[in-house]
Design a binder for this molecule. Structure first.
Ligand code: MN
Length: 323
């Protein structure tokens, strides 16, 4: 684990450190960033966690989220950056990317299969269930004590990226590491409540409107739903309320590929993919310029919603034939 040791050394000696992660924040990217922030922002080291978008409401129980600053608010350009859960430098958004391009030492910590190894140091492990697992490794390498707050942030990363330890990426190592997080003081029922039992009304109203859009193809092995802009406006939903919708088509018997289409503009459609056992949706998303993991990926298609549905569903059905 040479790169792990090298990264630990850089982090230990760094005086100023920038933390960055991807747009459309999820539990793993925020958990990883905040764990690193809470564990490393002390002594003579100054740490900035930057993100251009507001933290989604349901992640605001995470300790330290208030410290996340807009990239424009940074007083100077730090010498070292730790980029978490990102395949490439574009994923954190244009403003953070511009900042990162001025930073001489970039540390890339990620678990996406398509990672571009953009750092001077790259700790990339596609077999890890979450980037939070890799942050755990680095903190362990640095012999950093696991505070309850750091453990909570890491646990949130692991529990969200594994779908509560249900997905294929869950390993014995994931559970061993999770045991350590519980020993450090995490209360799983509290995290669960924050993440999944404090939904705004808009989430359920949105689900009610989106379920009737369910479509099936390839003999019921491809299932999809669509979120149109009028539906979003009607129920007063924000994009963050779409998180988890894709689990509904995925939950159907016989479905191998689940797809969620979100209408972002007249010629812009965001596409989320999930698969169960067979199709590599990372490859499927890559055909449309996106990516992710084998069982969870996404892309943006620059077509009107209806056309995007036609093209992507056909590609998914074709991928099933190839599998
Ligand atoms: Mn992740």
């Amino acid at each position: 684990m040479d790169e792990r040791r090298a990264i630990a050394r850089i982090l230990r000696t760094s005086r100023e450190l920038l933390l960055a992660t991807h747009l459309v924040a999820d539990g793993d990217c925020l958990g990883s960033m905040l764990a690193a922030y809470l564990a490393l922002n002390h002594g003579e080291r100054r740490v900035w966690a930057v993100h251009p978008e507001p933290v989604p409401q349901h992640y605001r129980f995470l300790p330290g989220y208030e410290a996340i600053t807009h990239p424009r608010a940074l007083p100077s350009v730090p010498q070292v950056a730790l980029v978490l859960d990102c395949t490439d430098l574009e994923r954190p958004g244009a403003e953070v990317e511009a900042l990162l391009r001025q930073i001489p030492v970039i540390i890339n910590v990620d678990h996406h299969a398509g990672n571009q190894y953009f750092g001077q140091f790259n700790y990339v492990r596609p077999e890890a269930a979450a980037t939070a697992e890799l942050v755990f490794d680095l903190l362990e390498e640095m012999q950093t004590a696991l505070s309850p707050a750091v453990a909570l942030a890491l646990y949130t990363g692991v529990v969200t990226d594994t779908g509560c330890f249900q997905y294929e990426n869950t390993t014995p190592r994931t559970h061993r590491l999770t045991a350590r997080l519980l020993e450090a003081g995490v209360a799983p029922e509290e995290v669960h409540r924050h993440l999944w039992e404090e939904k705004p009304l808009a989430t359920l109203r949105l689900l009610g409107k989106v379920l009737p859009t369910l479509g099936l193809a390839a003999g019921g092995r491809v299932a999809w739903m669509t979120v149109t802009r009028p539906i979003m406006e009607e129920v007063g939903a924000e994009q963050e309320h779409c998180e988890g919708l894709i689990e509904y088509p995925r939950s159907l018997a016989g479905v191998e590929v689940a797809i969620l289409f979100r209408e972002m503009g007249p010629r812009e459609t965001k596409v989320g993919f999930r698969s169960k056992q067979q199709v590599d949706v990372n490859l499927l998303a890559a055909r449309f310029g996106g990516g992710g993991h084998r069982r969870a990926a996404g892309c943006t298609v620059f077509l009107p919603l209806d056309e995007a549905v036609a093209v992507v569903v056909q590609a998914a059905a074709a991928a099933l034939g190839e599998g």
